[in-house]
Design a binder for this molecule. Structure first.
Ligand code: C2E
Ligand code: MG
Ligand code: MG
Length: 709
């Protein structure tokens, strides 16, 4: 971060600023006033550049003062933004300062526009009353007012027929009078009409409201789009019956374009022109909003090798040019493939593959990245060899979250760097879990429990026969102060390795039993059964039976309503000592279910000897039904076979990972008892479960409401 001596840079900025404001902006300003304005705003901006800590308010105020002095020309804003961007301030502050300035300017302009609109509206209101009188009294006087108005005015009847338009409105539409009168209001609609306009329109002509206002696009006669600020008012006859509508349209196309431009600046990196971090996350989060079942995505996290050396030895200018060149190459190589390239900051870039078809495609993108950066970049007299390392992640959308995916891609990148530069490395869930724990998990976990950083979400399980909320599964999460919310897959293994799973598991049981006891107190029999996961190590510990007995006592929770989920690897043979613990648990009155059945050992013979009463079919069986590489009817035969096998053993069957209504229906017809998955609801806070208990007393139709959240 380099800064130029204060007095020197301040003086130069002041001069450039004065030149900018004195240029011809189509208005006459008194030189004294102008000098004052220049001095005030330059001082504000200078302070915004230099003061510690950074005060964005100062820059915003400078923007607002310009608007107050009628400097509202978008061209001026654009120049001012360019000038500010050329200022040598700390890299972190530059964009924020420019943004604050532009935002202050835009907010002041909007404020002012609103004031003006209000004035126009009042005038229009007066004009309307005037017009009502004029209509009745003097047609001629009204005509004069109508024709001379500077904003577009059109009059229509309540059936939507256009009766008259003034000259300003014809000009706005670029149309001749005969093109407009005799047509209907609906003919002028823009296909991407602003939401809510037509509802407001219906209310107006039926007399339910007096006027409405919207910013709304129209097509001009020549096909161009014109953005307008539209105000429509209702005129009633002497008896108060709606008779006419008067529309006033102000052309705001310039202002609209400016907003678009500011939005572009907010979402694009000023150095490379690529979408920036914010824009990338927005796109990524969109993918997760309502994904198709089985939808996949890919990420290539790219970091240049040795960029710091270039930057430090050849200077920031060269560094900047190198980054621009890299951005251009990445864009040229990857955009044609339909992938999004964004700059995350520094020398980090990311490629997003929406609708990815599989790991191969993501790896191909990573290879394209490396190939694009293979040749040297010529900058001035320097021939710079840039290389990069790429972390590749390719996953089903429903198995992760945006935050976890980016973190995982970043950690994968580190592995690529560690393995030697200039290569790509593919995400590996085990490596990832290990890396996460290496980072911050294991060290922090003991304190985290004391600090209350863990919390529990509950995911509903529905009975397929009658759509009743049958049970909820307690799923633990960790709100990590640096890493954000971590899912159990990211820390449970470490907790098992370090032994922390024992106090953590006890805490989960205490919390969940307390919560479920509370639901019973509030809702009685409508409260669902509680399912809690047991780690292998917990199930193998004799102390568990005593612990659970105490927890049931203190919370007063009915053991008959508690089911513990164990994994197939909990019990390895008929002589296993873990069996003693499991029998001890069943003696307390709780039931057991085998979780994720089908992913482990799946020894059916021993399943018969376990004291379990439920079986949960792993989500991957249902997920595989949508895998284009796998035969769906075989998949269904497997699921159906598992259901009958479990029923033959007298077990209740739950299907996990049910994401679509179609799958829920089919599972119901093959006799599966319960189901859990996105289609029925994600893991949620306890309050949301309470809401479901009260709002769904009759159960929900299994094929009915669709996935949420
Ligand atoms: P699980 O017991 O099989 O829990 C179900 C997991 O599947 C949950 O992941 C849940 O969010 C996810 N899931 C539910 N419906 C769907 C769906 O429709 N599609 C997809 N793709 N996923 C779905 P989560 O919360 O990440 O938990 C992961 C695992 O961590 C759990 O798998 C469980 O084995 C373990 N776990 C969670 N809480 C605890 C705990 O308190 N103690 C122990 N020992 N393990 C826990
Ligand atoms: Mg489970
Ligand atoms: Mg499971």
């Amino acid at each position: 971060m380099s800064t130029i001596p204060v007095s020197d840079s301040a003086e130069r900025f002041h001069e450039a600023w004065a030149r900018l404001l004195s240029a011809d902006h189509g208005m006459a300003v008194h030189p004294g006033l102008l000098r004052g304005l220049v001095a005030r705003t330059a001082a504000l901006l200078h302070r915004a550049q230099q003061d510690e800590p950074f005060e964005p308010r100062l820059a915003a105020q400078a923007g607002a003062e310009l608007v107050d002095a009628h400097f509202t020309d978008p061209v001026l804003l654009a120049r001012a933004v360019e000038l500010l961007q050329a200022q040598p301030v700390g890299d972190a502050r530059g964009p924020a300062l420019t943004g604050a300035f532009a935002a202050g300017w835009a907010a002041a302009l909007r404020e002012r526009t609103l004031r003006e609109q209000e004035a126009i509206r009042t005038a229009a209101d007066t004009a309307r009353k005037e017009a009502e009188r004029a209509l009745r009294a003097s047609e001629a006087r009204f005509r004069a007012l109508f024709e001379s108005a500077a904003i577009g005015i059109g009059i229509g009847d309540t059936d939507g027929n256009i009766l008259a338009v003034n000259k300003a409105l014809q000009e706005l539409f670029g149309a001749a009078p005969e093109d407009m009168t005799g047509r209907r209001v609906g003919d002028l609609v823009h296909p991407e009409d602003t939401p809510g306009v037509w509802e407001a329109y219906e209310e107006l002509i039926s007399g339910k409201r007096e006027y409405f206002q919207f910013d709304k696009p129209y097509y001009r006669q020549d096909g161009e789009v014109v953005w307008t600020h539209l105000t429509v008012s209702l005129i009633r006859d002497d008896d108060g019956i709606p008779q006419y509508q008067v529309a006033m349209l102000e052309d705001i196309t310039d202002r609209y374009r400016l907003q678009e431009r500011l939005r572009h600046q907010a979402t694009h990196d000023s150095l490379t022109g690529l979408p920036n971090r914010a824009a990338f996350f927005e796109r990524l989060e969109k993918l997760f909003e309502e994904p198709e079942p089985g939808a996949r995505f890919g990420l290539c996290y790219v970091d240049l090798d040795g960029f710091k050396v270039v930057n430090d030895s050849l200077g920031h200018d060269t560094g900047d040019q190198l980054l621009s060149a890299v951005a251009a190459r990445l864009k040229a190589a990857l955009s044609p493939l339909g992938h999004l390239v964004a700059r995350l900051g520094g020398d980090e870039f990311v490629v997003l593959l929406e609708n990815c078809r599989g790991e191969q495609e993501a790896v191909a993108a990573a290879k394209t990245v490396l190939k694009a950066l293979a040749g040297p970049v010529l900058i001035g007299d320097h021939k710079l060899a840039v290389g990069a390392s790429v972390g590749v992640l390719e996953r089903r959308v429903s198995t992760t979250t945006p935050g976890a995916a980016v973190r995982a891609a970043d950690l994968t990148l580190y592995r690529a760097k560690e393995a030697g530069r200039g290569r790509w490395t593919l995400f590996d869930p085990k490596e990832n879990a290990r890396a996460v724990s290496r980072y911050a998990v294991s060290v922090r976990m003991p304190a985290a429990l004391d600090q209350g950083e863990f919390f529990i979400d509950y995911q509903p399980l529905y009975a397929l026969a009658d759509g009743r909320l049958a049970a909820v599964e307690a799923l633990v999460r960790w709100r990590h102060p640096q890493l954000g919310v971590l899912g159990p897959d990211e820390f449970v293994t470490t907790a098992e390795e370090t032994g922390l799973i024992m106090p953590l598991g006890r805490w989960v049981l205490e919390q969940a039993c307390g919560q479920a006891a509370d639901w019973i107190k509030r809702f009685g029999d409508a409260a669902p059964q509680l399912n809690v996961n047991l780690a292998v190590r917990q199930a193998r510990s004799a102390a568990l039976v005593t612990d659970l007995g105490r927890i049931l006592d203190t919370t007063g929770f009915d053991p008959a309503r508690l089911q513990l989920e164990i994994t197939e690897s909990t019990v390895v043979g008929p002589e296993d000592e873990a069996l003693r613990t499991l029998h001890g648990l069943v003696d307390l009155g709780v039931s057991l279910a085998v979780d994720d059945f089908g992913t482990g050992w799946s020894n059916l013979a021993y399943l018969r000897d376990l004291p379990v009463s439920g079986l949960k079919i792993a989500g991957s069986f249902v997920g595989d039904l949508h895998d284009p590489a796998k035969d769906e009817s075989t998949g269904w035969r497997i699921v159906s076979g598992l259901v009958s096998m479990a029923h033959a053993l007298g077990l209740t069957v739950t299907a996990e990972g049910v994401e679509t209504r179609k799958d829920a229906e089919r599972l119901r017809t093959i006799g599966c008892d319960w189901a859990q998955g996105w289609h029925f609801g994600r893991p949620v806070r306890p309050g949301e479960i309470a809401r479901r208990i009260t709002e769904e007393p009759q159960g929900r139709p299994v094929g009915g409401s669709s996935a949420e959240g």
